[in-house]
Design a protein around this ligand. Structure first.
Ligand code: FA5
Length: 348
């Protein structure tokens, strides 16, 4: 029975090929080649019509048996290949839980923001309101309402970026004084405000000057406010920022919007007042400008200066932070070098 022999050879060759297959695609090709419509087994089955009636069922049964054997072998090989591929994938995707994690860099608020927030919180605790004002300001509020008329020589104290004749980048936070005074209803109580924000001057950048920096304005207006109130308030500020041991000293100065005007020095926190490089061997460090609000400023806002008066101050948080943290160049604040900024990550 040569057909049977042929089938046995086919089966043995097929089984060898199946066993040797390494790829799913090859296995599929073998299945098509062996069992497909044009394959040898189909051929054998087709040739059965030439067999005798006795032989036909035997060969048919044998051919079916071989087809089943090959199909089973293909399925088995398929499972093996699938399992192998899965194991390979699992091995490739294994997570090594002992590896150190990737570091996530968490941001921190800027040291100037931290400095300003700290001062804001102090004043909020003393009952002050925090007021915002525009950075693009009218000449009217930046200068005229602050008792600095056009052509007044005091305009030279603050070299200005003008946008038009009447519009400018504010040179200080003092215009917020005028804006708030104008709106305040004194029948509701005294005015106590601070106003932090950015200011702009045509100063040449160097280690202690920037063309863009920050100020925090302070203003208290009521009946019977005295210079003692100003001094007490600034003492609280100096001790809060620079340490409980600090004292302050007021020196006569000039601002068009305050009379009298003072420069405020704080006793040197680096040497305790003995004299060192930080305080240039004077024992004192100048930190802000202040004074009693000029009657013209009160009058310009439509308030009677014979009844109401107060004090005002303007400090530079950039310089405060430089002194407090020993930063020797103001430009560091604006370069945004992560190595600099990260040193002040006090928020964890
Ligand atoms: C003023 O701007 C006044 N408006 C302050 C004031 C308000 C006085 C209310 C009285 C009453 P002055 O020009 O001195 O003053 O600036 C105040 C502070 O801003 C300075 O003490 C300093 O800390 C800071 N400052 C001034 N110019 C610069 C600059 N170019 N770069 C960085 N900080 C500066």
């Amino acid at each position: 029975m040569s057909l049977k022999k042929d089938l046995e050879v086919l089966r043995d060759q097929g089984l060898t090929q199946i066993k040797a297959t390494e790829a799913m695609k090859d296995l599929n090709d073998i299945r098509v080649k062996l069992l497909g419509k044009k394959g040898p087994i189909t051929n054998v089955l087709r040739g059965m019509k030439d067999l005798s009636p006795e032989e036909r069922p035997k060969v048919g049964a044998f051919a079916n048996e071989i087809r089943d054997t090959l199909t089973t072998a293909i399925e088995a090989r398929k499972s093996t290949l699938e399992a192998r591929a899965l194991n390979k994938q699992l091995a490739a995707e294994t997570i090594d839980v002992t590896l150190p994690g990737r570091q996530v860099h968490v941001g921190t608020s800027h040291i100037l923001t931290q400095t300003m927030d700290d001062i804001e919180e102090l004043f909020i605790g003393m009952g002050y309101q925090v007021v915002d004002g525009p950075e693009v300001e009218e000449d009217h509020y930046n200068f005229e309402m602050m008792n600095i008329p056009k052509n007044h020589p005091a305009r030279d104290m603050q070299d200005t970026f003008y946008i038009t004749n009447e519009l400018l980048m504010r040179t200080h936070t003092s215009p917020v004084q005028a804006r708030t005074l104008e709106k305040h209803d004194f029948s509701q109580g005294p005015l106590k405000m601070i106003s932090p924000g950015r200011v702009f001057r045509r100063d040449t950048d160097d280690a202690t000057h920037s063309h863009q920096f920050h100020q925090i304005e302070g203003l208290v207006v009521d009946k019977h406010i005295t210079m003692a109130d100003l001094k007490g308030t600034l003492e609280v500020l100096a001790k809060h920022v620079f340490g409980a041991e600090r004292t302050i000293r007021l020196r006569p100065s000039y601002f068009p919007f305050t009379e009298p005007s003072v420069e405020v020095d704080v006793s040197c926190f680096a040497c305790g007042g003995k004299g060192c490089a930080v305080c240039k061997y004077t024992g004192w460090i100048e930190v802000l400008g202040a004074g009693m609000v000029h009657p013209n400023v009160i009058k310009n806002a439509g308030i009677d200066p014979d009844v109401y008066g107060g004090f005002a101050f303007g400090l530079g948080p950039d310089r405060f932070a430089m002194l407090k943290y020993g930063i020797d160049d103001i430009r560091e604040f604006y370069l945004n070098d992560i190595r600099f900024l990260h040193q002040f990550n006090t928020e964890g």
